[in-house]
Design a protein around this ligand. Structure first.
Ligand code: ADP
Length: 220
């Protein structure tokens, strides 16, 4: 078992999950007038839902996390609120995943407070039910054990973050490629390295240019 379980997600799966999500919304008999995408993970799911549901009005809100010094927990806050008039509208707030649920819950409250909509509902592609403190009105996939989903739209960011984590945890900044591959298998599993190898090389190149890692020849 890797230290951090990772599932690599393809664009095909995203299209399929967003279609399932749209079907659940349609079956409920509710049709949004406006979709609010939560930046950044909600952008692609929100655009696909616009397509499946025939919605042309798409706006966005950005929720980010502040690491709080005291606890290691991070606090979510709205960095860019919605600043348009949504009075009388049925609004669907969309994100990729509910992990703890803080982002989606906060975005929903912010839209209710800012813009006087008629109703706000929430939808995400996935929900990690054992850790979720907030369950959205609609979701496509229930996740029963915590996993990091390596979504296709942040493959470079994941690769950089993952290499950085290995460097920080080991305190080792000079690596040979073989060692780095083995460390990735140990930390994130074989599937991740097989499917995202090119991105890992790209990340190492970026980080090398910033002086964060040095790639050396393997000696044996
Ligand atoms: P929540 O507020 O639901 O806990 P977070 O605020 O932790 O979600 O996460 C914010 C964003 O971070 C998510 O919209 C998603 O893009 C990303 N994220 C969080 N957890 C995961 C995960 N397990 N796999 C992939 N991405 C995640």
């Amino acid at each position: 078992m890797p230290k951090i379980p990772v599932k690599v997600v393809t664009f095909e799966e995203i299209v399929e999950w967003s279609r399932t999500l749209a079907e659940r919304i349609r079956e409920s008999g509710w049709q949004p007038d406006v979709i609010v995408a939560i930046a950044r993970g909600g952008y692609i799911p929100a655009r696909l839902l616009c397509d499946w549901l025939g919605v042309s009005d798409l706006v966005s809100i950005q929720v980010v996390h502040w690491p709080t010094a005291a606890q290691m927990a991070e606090k979510a806050y709205v960095k860019y609120p919605v600043s348009v008039d949504l009075s009388g509208k049925k609004v669907l707030v969309v994100d990729d995943i509910v992990d703890t649920g803080d982002s989606v819950e906060l975005a929903k409250k912010s839209v209710e407070e800012c813009c006087k909509p008629a109703e706000v509902r929430t939808a995400t592609l996935q929900v990690i039910t054992p850790v979720a403190k907030y369950i959205p009105n609609y979701y496509a996939i229930e996740v029963k054990e915590w996993i990091w989903f390596a979504y296709p739209w942040n493959a470079v960011e994941d690769a950089v973050g993952f290499v950085m984590k290995i460097v920080k945890e080991t305190g080792k900044t000079t690596w040979c490629l073989d060692e780095l591959i083995h460390a990735h298998i140990e930390w994130y599993g074989r599937e991740y390295i097989e499917k995202r190898f090119g991105y890992i090389l790209y990340a190492v190149d970026l980080m090398g240019k910033r002086g964060l890692i040095k790639l050396d020849k393997c000696t044996s």
